[in-house]
Ligand binder design. Structure first.
Ligand code: FEO
Length: 396
C-alpha cells in the first residue's frame, strides 16, 4: 500500500505485517496479521508520529519520502517505546539526522537502553503543546497503557487523536485502513483478543486514560494498530470503555485440558447441561488445541467460566497451568467461576485451582467437582448441579 491521505496534510505511513507469526513472540497473528500505523503531518514543520517494527523500515521510509519529498522531517513523536513502534528510530535518524525526537521523561531512558539514542531529545509534559504551523499538537500521558512512558498525541486543529496502542487491534485491514470501508464487526474478536492479552492486566489504567481523554473533541482516531476510525470513532470508544470496565455478556467458556478424554467427557456433560438450563452461548475450548489468547478473549467476553483439568505428576495439567498464569495476571474477578478435575491414582489439579482462586480473587460458585477417570452417575449429577448453579448465577 502507498501512503494514505487522512486529512488535507495528515497521512498514514504505516505498514502491514504478514511476516510475524507471534506478536511479542507469544500471541498468534499468522492468520490475520497486524498493522503498525505511523503518521506524517506535512505542515510548515513536519512531524512523524511513531515508527514501525524493524522488518518493514524501507517501505515506511519510502512512504514518508513520498509525502515530504526533499524536505526534512523536523520532529519524530514517540508515543510508545515498545519496539513494534520504536525500532525504526535509528534508521529514520540516519535519513533525517537533525530531526528532534519528542517523548516524555520516561521515554528517553528506555530509548537509551534499546537503541543508545540520547541526542536531539525534546521532553514534553502532560498537556504541553507543539505548534507545527497550521497544526497544534497536544500531548497527554497515559502511563501503563501499555508501558510507563506511553502517551498520546492530539491534533487540536483537525481533532485527530493519535492514540498509540489504545483503540488498537490485531488483524490487518485489507485494501483500506478506514472503518467505513471495512466490515467493522469482523474486527471485534481481533480487537478484544488484542485488548485482553496485551492490555488486560492494565485495564484499570486503560479506563483512567479513556476518562482523561473523554473531554477531547475527537473526530478521528488514529491508533498504532488496526483501523483508522474516521466515520464512527464512538464505536471503538464504546467497545474500549466496555472492555476496560470488564463488562461481560451472558454466556460460558468451558476451558479444559484432557490427555485421554476423561476430562473432556466432563466438559461435554457441562456444555449439554448448560444448554438444558437455557444458556445459549457456550464455548468449549481444549487448552491443548487452541492458543490461550483466543480462550482469554472469550473469557473477557462472557460472564461464566468453567475450568477443568486432570492431575499431572501431583499437579495440574501443564497447559492449563499456562492459562491459569495469564488469568491470574489479568484477573477474572468479574466472573462466575466453577472448576472440575480428573485423576487416576491421586489428585493434584485441585491444588493449583485452589491457589488460583486465592491469588486471582475468583468468585467461585461451587465446590470443585472431582472425578476419578470416566465420570460415573454420581459425577454426572455433580456436574449437572454445577451447570445449574452457574446458569442461575448468570440469570441473576
Ligand atoms: Fe503496539 Fe505496546 O505496542
Amino acid at each position: 500500500m502507498n501512503a494514505v491521505k487522512i486529512k488535507e496534510d495528515v497521512f498514514w505511513v504505516g505498514v502491514n505485517d504478514y511476516i510475524t507469526t507471534l506478536f511479542e513472540e507469544m500471541w498468534p497473528i499468522d492468520q490475520e496479521g497486524v498493522s503498525y500505523n505511523a503518521y506524517v503531518i506535512n505542515d510548515e514543520k513536519i512531524a512523524v508520529i511513531d515508527t514501525v517494527k524493524s522488518i518493514e523500515q524501507d517501505e515506511y521510509i519510502e512512504k514518508i519520502k513520498s509525502i515530504v519529498g526533499d524536505k526534512k522531517v523536523d520532529y519524530l513523536i514517540i508515543n510508545h517505546m515498545e519496539p513494534d513502534h520504536s525500532s525504526g528510530i535509528s534508521e529514520l535518524l540516519s535519513v533525517y539526522p537533525d530531526m528532534k525526537i519528542i517523548g516524555n521523561k520516561k521515554t528517553f531512558p528506555i530509548m537509551k537502553n534499546f537503541y543508545n539514542i540520547d541526542k536531539n531529545l525534546v521532553e514534553v509534559c502532560d498537556g504541553e503543546t507543539l505548534c507545527l504551523g497550521k497544526h497544534t499538537l497536544q500531548f497527554f500521558m497515559t502511563p501503563m497503557v501499555h508501558w510507563p512512558e506511553s502517551m498520546v498525541t492530539y491534533d487540536i486543529t483537525d481533532k485527530i487523536l493519535f492514540s498509540m496502542d489504545v483503540f488498537g487491534s490485531f488483524k490487518t485491514p485489507v485494501g483500506s485502513i478506514f472503518d467505513d470501508e471495512n466490515d467493522v464487526p469482523a474486527f471485534e474478536d481481533s480487537i478484544r483478543r488484542y485488548f485482553s492479552c496485551i492490555v488486560g492486566k492494565v485495564a484499570g489504567q486503560a479506563l483512567k486514560a479513556l476518562e482523561k481523554l473523554g473531554g477531547l473533541d475527537i473526530c478521528t482516531i488514529c491508533p498504532a494498530h488496526g483501523l483508522i476510525w474516521r466515520s464512527d470513532p464512538g464505536y471503538i470508544l464504546d467497545m474500549y470503555v466496555k472492555m476496560s470496565s470488564k463488562v461481560t455478556v451472558p454466556g460460558v467458556v468451558i476451558a479444559y485440558g484432557s490427555m485421554y478424554g476423561c476430562t473432556q467427557q466432563s466438559a461435554e456433560i457441562l456444555a449439554i447441561a448448560l444448554k438444558n438450563e437455557g444458556v445459549k452461548e457456550v464455548v468449549l475450548y481444549n487448552v491443548s488445541k487452541t492458543d490461550i489468547s483466543y480462550i482469554i478473549s472469550d473469557i473477557w467476553k462472557y460472564k461464566g467460566l468453567l475450568m477443568g483439568a486432570p492431575a499431572y505428576y501431583g499437579k495440574i495439567f501443564p497447559k492449563m497451568a499456562n492459562l491459569l498464569y495469564k488469568l491470574t495476571e489479568i484477573r477474572v474477578d468479574n466472573h462466575k467461576v466453577g472448576f472440575f478435575t480428573d485423576f487416576s491414582w491421586s489428585g493434584g489439579a485441585e491444588k493449583n485451582f485452589t491457589t488460583f482462586i486465592e491469588e486471582a480473587k475468583v468468585d467461585v460458585i461451587s465446590d470443585i467437582v472431582k472425578v476419578k477417570g470416566t465420570p460415573n452417575e454420581e459425577d454426572v449429577l455433580a456436574l449437572n448441579a454445577l451447570a445449574k448453579k452457574l446458569a442461575e448465577e448468570l440469570a441473576n
